[in-house]
Each structure stands twice: as C-alpha cells, then as structure tokens.
Design a binder for this molecule. Structure first.
Ligand code: ADP
Ligand code: MG
Length: 336
C-alpha cells in the first residue's frame, strides 16, 4: 500500500486571505481536514464561510495563502483539484425548468460519462436520495429538502472523494434536516471527506469530527465539539424548587453567600408564576466543587427539590467566542 503524507490531509490551508475591495472576508486562516472526516466551518452570516468554500473549490482565487486540496496545489493545479472534488453551493444550482432526471443527465454529460453510464448513475443516485417518484417532474415543483437532495445527488455524479457543502440544511424543516444528516453520515462512512459550513451549532455538534468557529473572517477557535466546550465556562449547577418561599429564601442566601469559585455570583431564574423556580450556581462540575456547593447548601439550610449539573454546550462556546447569543436571531439570508 502506498500512501503519502499529503493524503493524510484532504484539505490544508495556511494563511488564507481574501478581500473584496476594502472588505476583508478572510483574514489569514489556517485549516487542516483529515481525509475521511467531517469538518464544520461554523459561523454567523457574513463570517466568511461561503468565501472559504468558493476558494477551496477553485471558484474564486485567494489573495494569499498556501492551499492544498486532495494533495494538489490550488494555485498551480486547480484542474486536478476540480477533478477530485464536488461542491454543493449555498444556493441551489439545479435548473427548475427541467426535471430532476434531466438535471442528473446533464451532470453526467458534464462529467463525460457515456450515455449508458450516465443513465445508470442517474438512476442509482435518484434512488439513493429518494427522488425516484419526483424524477420526471420539473424541479420547480420540488420542496426545499428535495432540491437540496437533488443538488447533492448532482454533486456526486463524478464520484468525488472530497465534498464541499455550503449550508446544506439552512432553511430546511427538521425532518429534511435529519434526512440530510443521514446522507452526509453515509457519505463519510464510504470514506468521503466532507467540508461543510453551517450556522447551526447542533449540526456541527452532530456531524463534525472537527469544528472551526469563524467570525469576521478569523478563526475564533478550532477543535472537536468536546474540546470547544471545554474552552468556555458556562457549566453550572441548577437548583429547582417547588415551594416559592423556599426558593425566595435560597435566592437571598445565595446572593449573600461567598461561594468557593465566584463569590456572590448567582443568577436567580424562573418566574413565581410557574413551577420553574430555579437558581444557578456556576460550577465546572468537578467533584470538589460539587462537594463544596452541597456543603454550603446544607449549612445554609437550603433543600432544593432537584439538583442538576449542566456542562457547557456549543451555544455557550459560540456566545463566548463570537458575542452572538443566538445565530437564529440574525437576519436570514434570502433562501430561494
Ligand atoms: N462578491 C463579493 N463582493 C463583495 N463582498 C463580498 C462578496 N462576497 C462576500 N462578500 C463579503 O464578504 C464577507 C463574507 O461573506 P460570505 O463568505 O458570503 O459569508 P458567509 O457565507 O459566512 O455568510 C461578507 O461581509 C460579505 O458581504
Ligand atoms: Mg454563505
């Protein structure tokens, strides 16, 4: 078996820069995506995700940076890169006026497949993406999820080993999103390398081996979901009460308390109107901290009805790194 070191990374970028006029879209980013893995570029609108995908897939040239995709240098051998990859853009590339099948056959022609081979590939992919029934209908009648699946099916016609997916599930309903996740997982289990962009923390957490958080053209962090979660505080112990009086007393005691890690820091949550009377105490979830919190609760005579330990999630990470609390609050880009 012959493998070269260049094949251990499907995608490598060093010092990638791109500006549009005086607007810097990518401000020197470094990435390495191991072959056969899923890499998520996570960031809010305008972060530079599409720019990164377009550059790495040869559609736009970088201003600076050392870039290799599939072992080929993007600057000197873009043709070889093009032959190795498939790209599904943020906005659908399918032609709405013709049928799904016709779109697939067009793609087969572009890849110079023989007529027979093209038909065979089209049928196979339409089946795999659950589009057999829709195949003879114009794409303009498809749902968003169906268009996305067709888009991806078209991307796979040439059998690429590296695939770029720019926001593959933006605008999809939860069911279609889960279907897309299933398809992506299947691709990866077949050894394909997937580079995807997303605004959804859950999606990155669900699919990606490694996640890079992109904000304003810069990488704010890079790592596995677990590594990123460890970067930020945000873990806490939550106490729930059913008795409003007990809740009130605990809230007062907590405000006056000097807790081991962050004195006086307690957030009283919950409204007296419902049963969600809860208090949060910051904690890293370690045995030592939990013990001192429990000791303190005992000594203060506080008895919560429920005590739960929360570790930080990707939302906490995103907030800490980008200052954007909830990406879904951002204005939606026009989705076809
Ligand atoms: N063709 C272009 N001309 C000028 N500015 C652009 C162009 N494409 C992207 N930009 C700008 O570059 C930044 C990054 O855009 P983009 O890569 O599309 O971000 P994302 O995909 O993360 O939403 C944005 O500020 C955007 O307005
Ligand atoms: Mg984009």
């Amino acid at each position: 078996m012959t493998t070269t070191t260049s094949h251990s990374s499907a995608i490598v970028a060093k010092g990638l820069r791109k500006a549009y006029g005086d607007k810097t879209a990518l401000d020197g980013i470094d990435l390495a995506v191991p072959t056969g893995s899923v890499f998520a570029l996570l960031g809010p609108n305008g972060a530079g995700k599409t720019t990164a995908v377009k550059i790495l897939s040869t559609l736009v040239t970088a201003d600076a940076g050392e870039l290799r995709v599939g072992g080929h240098d993007l600057a000197t051998d873009p043709q070889a890169v093009r032959a190795a990859i498939g790209v599904t853009g943020q906005f659908s590339a399918v032609d709405g006026l013709i049928t799904g099948e016709e779109n697939m056959l067009l793609m087969a022609d572009l890849h110079l497949l023989s007529r027979r081979e093209g038909r065979r590939t089209a049928v196979e992919l339409l089946e795999r993406f659950d589009l057999v029934e829709a195949a003879k209908k114009p794409v303009s009648t498809y749902s968003g999820g169906m268009k996305r699946r067709l888009d991806l099916a078209m991307t796979l016609v040439g059998g690429p080993r590296i695939i770029f997916l720019d926001e593959p599930t933006t605008g999809l309903d939860p069911r279609s999103r889960h279907a897309m996740w299933g398809i992506i997982r299947e691709l990866v289990s077949g050894g394909v390398t997937v580079f995807l962009t997303t605004q959804y923390l859950e999606e990155a957490d669900e699919l990606a081996d490694r996640i890079a958080v992109l904000n304003n053209g810069r990488l704010a962090a890079e790592g596995s979901a677990d590594e990123l979660k460890r970067l930020v505080p945000g873990g806490h112990v939550r106490l729930r009460f059913t008795d409003p009086a007990a809740y009130q007393a605990a809230a007062v005691a907590l405000r006056e308390a000097t807790l081991p890690r962050t004195p006086g820091f307690a957030r009283a949550g919950g409204t007296p109107m419902d049963e969600a009377l809860s208090l949060q105490i910051p904690s890293d979830g370690s045995q030592r901290e939990l013990r001192s919190i429990l000791d303190w609760l005992d000594s203060a005579g506080i008895e919560a009805d429920e005590l739960t330990v929360h570790t930080p999630d990707l939302d906490d990470v995103f907030f800490a790194l980008t200052g954007t609390a909830d990406v879904s609050d951002q204005p939606e880009e026009a989705v076809r």
